[in-house]
Design a protein around this ligand. Structure first.
Ligand code: ADP
Ligand code: F6P
Length: 323
């Protein structure tokens, strides 16, 4: 019997539970022993490892978060920390590890595989900034949460003829902001990939006001140089030039909670199952993700050395539509 472990790492993402369930049940179906590592790499270092059977993952597919817990673990970035992790894996006779997480977590996966341990990564982060998967587990749910907030804010903005800055998560990536802005039909979108001149943004809000729009919404990515806080500071001195009275809503971690969408449950289920299948075929050192609609495996060495690019044609389209 083979022994396989699974962990979730980095920012939790809706759908991680569905991925854990899939790994456990497909692994059990193969006759393997499955172990769960609690709290990401922290649990690997501190020996927080539990056995997982098919029944232990009952009733979790519809839940956000991760039943295993997640963590940011600076110690795992050190050789010493990873050696501790390897000792724990050896102690439990674990032969392979599935790592469900985003870019940082996959850098950790790569480091482990460079030390000779068989790992497979599963692409999961709400930021959608991971090379090797067009879309990652959690993105769809986080995007829909942002969209629901935008729709709601539009209602109150309209009643009061106000402008709103809506800050969304994404770390250094503008994907969530760009897509939420397009789907929400907002007047402007501010992302880290394109420098925004606050003067130009003020002009856009002013012209929306002058052409009689009853509200104006701007989606701002948290990682942009002019994020919501910086824009509010900037506009403080120039309030009257905007036309609209301005309010700010920061969505923050709200975007990470809630039930995973159907899309995220299905993506997570497929990616989790594929990760186990690949290990069964002796494949490792790869990230499983969705590329051009197909489940694919990208070598971790490529994942960590490439940057996923945002399609900036979509920003141009959004600008054309905001009239
Ligand atoms: P995410 O996986 O969501 O991008 P982080 O960037 O916080 O989240 O990474 C999660 C964890 O992965 C970190 O806390 C750390 O334990 C591990 N990690 C990140 N970068 C590396 C690295 N270069 N080498 C080894 N481990 C890393
Ligand atoms: O990577 C996911 C993410 O939610 C980012 O969008 C955000 O910048 C970060 O995690 C927040 O991290 P924490 O949950 O540690 O505050």
């Amino acid at each position: 019997m083979k022994c396989l472990a699974v962990l979730t790492s980095g920012g939790d993402a809706p759908g991680m539970n569905a991925a854990i369930r899939s790994v456990v049940r497909v692994g059990v179906d193969m006759g393997w022993q499955i172990m769960g590592v609690r709290h990401g790499y922290t649990g690997l270092i501190t020996n927080n490892v539990i056995p997982l059977g098919a029944r232990d993952v009952s009733g979790i597919i519809q839940l956000g978060g991760t039943m295993l817990g997640s963590a940011r673990c600076p110690e795992f970035k050190t050789e010493d920390g990873r050696q501790k992790g390897l000792r724990v894996l050896k102690e439990h006779k674990i032969e392979a590890l599935i790592i469900i997480g985003g870019g940082g977590s996959q850098a950790g996966a790569y480091a482990l595989s460079q030390m000779g341990f068989p790992v497979v990564g599963v692409a999961s982060t709400i930021d959608n900034d991971l090379y090797g998967s067009d879309i990652t587990i959690g993105v769809d749910t986080a995007l829909n949460i942002a969209l629901e907030a935008i729709d709601r804010l539009k209602v109150t903005a309209l009643s009061h003829e106000r402008a709103f800055l809506i800050e969304v998560m994404g770390r250094d990536c503008g994907y969530l902001a760009l897509m939420a802005g397009i789907a929400g039909g907002t007047e402007a979108i501010v992302i880290p990939e394109v420098e925004t001149n606050p003067e130009v943004l003020a002009g856009e809000l002013r012209s929306a006001y002058e052409r009689g729009q009853a509200h104006a919404l701007v989606v701002v990515a948290e990682g942009a140089k002019y994020n919501a806080g910086a824009l509010v500071d900037y506009f403080k001195e120039h309030k009257e030039r905007l036309g609209f009275d301005l309010r700010v809503t920061t969505l923050g971690h709200v975007q990470r909670g809630g039930a995973p969408s159907a899309y995220d449950r299905l993506l997570a289920t497929r990616l989790g199952a594929d990760a186990v299948d690949r290990l069964a075929r002796g494949e490792h050192g790869v990230l499983v993700g969705l590329v051009k609609g197909e489940i694919t495996a990208t070598p971790l060495t490529e994942v960590v050395s490439n940057k996923k690019l945002l399609d900036l044609r979509l920003l141009k389209l959004a600008q054309k539509l905001a009239r």
